[in-house]
Write a protein that binds this ligand. Structure first.
Ligand code: ZN
Length: 199
């Protein structure tokens, strides 16, 4: 099943995954979670959409990472998954196209749903390749649901930050716990064509 297939299927059974564009975003992720919750009761005989079916795009998301971020991520991920096999970590977003960002921006404004971002296309560090940021989530055992406990993000930050990574959970104005990125990287610099240099 491709992301597009999953989005179409979600729409068919009444969950809004956002545009059927084959791009992974918070709306698709949210629709999957809602569908999984209700499928257990209402759609027992239907094929269940499970996160393991989107393994391939998840791998592609790792490939979108800047090599230096990828190296550090793999190290942190391995450390984490050995220590916490009961809460396996994975990337929900590395690169997000400016088009998909605009779709997210429209949510809660010109489209239905609630506001999930204040960034338009190009106004997020996720909108540039190779990706200098990644968002993570944690699977519950069985990989069908996710655990969004603050404590998990805090514990993972203790593993990732010592590798020279900036954590959105430390931000003062907008706390973004699932977000990790190259230290000091800014979308304004990337938009103006300035190349990010790792120290
Ligand atoms: Zn992020």
């Amino acid at each position: 099943m491709t992301i597009k297939d999953i989005q179409q299927r979600l729409k068919d059974i009444g969950f809004d995954p956002g545009p059927i564009d084959g791009l992974w975003g918070p709306r698709t992720a949210n629709a999957i979670l809602l569908a999984l919750d209700s499928i257990q009761i209402q759609y027992k005989d239907q094929e269940v959409v499970i996160p393991s079916e989107i393994n391939e795009p998840l791998t592609q998301r790792e490939k979108d990472l800047h090599p230096e971020l990828l190296r550090r991520w793999l190290q942190a991920k391995n450390t984490w998954n050995k220590a916490r096999p009961d809460r396996e970590i994975f990337i929900t977003c590395s690169y997000r196209s400016p088009e998909e960002q605009n779709n997210l921006y429209a949510q809660g404004r010109t489209k239905s749903g609630s506001i999930v971002t204040n960034a338009r296309g190009g106004q997020s560090i996720h909108n540039y390749k190779p990706a200098l940021a990644l968002d993570v989530a944690f699977y519950m055992p069985g990989k069908k649901t996710l655990d969004w406990s603050n404590k998990l993000f805090e514990d993972f930050a203790k593993v990732f930050k010592p590798l020279g990574i900036e954590w959105g959970g430390d931000w003062k104005s907008f706390i973004d716990r699932p977000h990790f990125q190259a230290p000091g990287a800014k979308w304004q610099d990337l938009q103006s064509g300035k190349k990010y240099v790792w120290n």
